[in-house]
Design a binder for this molecule. Sequence first.
Ligand SMILES: C[S@@+](CC[C@H](N)C(=O)[O-])C[C@H]1O[C@@H](n2cnc3c(N)ncnc32)[C@H](O)[C@@H]1O
Length: 256
Amino acid sequence: MARDQKDHYYRKAKEEGYRARSAYKLLQINQKFKLIKKGDCVVDLGAAPGGWLQVAKELSGGMVVGVDLEAISPIPGVLTLQADIGKEETLDLIQEAVGGNADVVICDAAPNLSGAWDVDHSRSIDLSRSALKMAKKLLKPGGNFLAKVFQGDMFLDFLSEVKREFEKVQAHSPPASRKESAETYIVAKKMISGPVKIGDVYNLHIESVGHSGDGVALIDGFAVFVKGAKLGDDVKIKIEAVKRNFAFGKLINRKH
Ligand SMILES: C[S@@+](CC[C@H](N)C(=O)[O-])C[C@H]1O[C@@H](n2cnc3c(N)ncnc32)[C@H](O)[C@@H]1O
């Protein structure tokens, strides 16, 4: 028997009217991480044949836009574009379709497999990186992002790139991913919109002291809390964590 004929999620998708078994991956990921909420505007990159689009529409009921190199046969209430997510001009097409900012960007894009592992891994990372680039332009502050990646030696670097842009990031493989599959999903919540990123180093002046006794410096009006720094200190700090309205900096050295 062919693998798909005995696959539980393949049969379930057929019975429940989803176009692809991958629909269950998004359902399971959303159940655990609550990325898509009612009313959200969702952009799906690499969306054909449309299983995720069906699920996204059910979950949000709001505007859903799907993009793929392949044509996607119509889904009620879903807008589709035939375009390459690696091309700059595709962003303009999506922005025009969305007419504002999106709440969630999801990407299940996969390259045509060559069979050479490092080539496929590197192409998968390229697609995910294109999706991240688009998400940064499309999402509203606090928006959510989900991307598939084939694991390999570039995975951790890409994970760090996502961590610089979102408050909460983790890798997750839903039960509907095949056990033998090397794919995993990066689940990223709450896009950071402030001027600082994790790992940035700054020379700052401590202008005030917070309730907890931490020194507070401002970067373009954005507060950075520095443990161990005193009022009036000139400090060198490294950004360790970024929240929606403030960040934490680790003291590297201080002059009073
Ligand atoms: C695994 S399928 C997506 C399945 C989809 N999530 C669903 O539930 O139906 C991966 C898709 O990525 C698309 N893709 C690959 N490279 C792309 C690119 N550069 N731009 C747009 N789509 C791309 C492929 O055409 C393919 O349809």
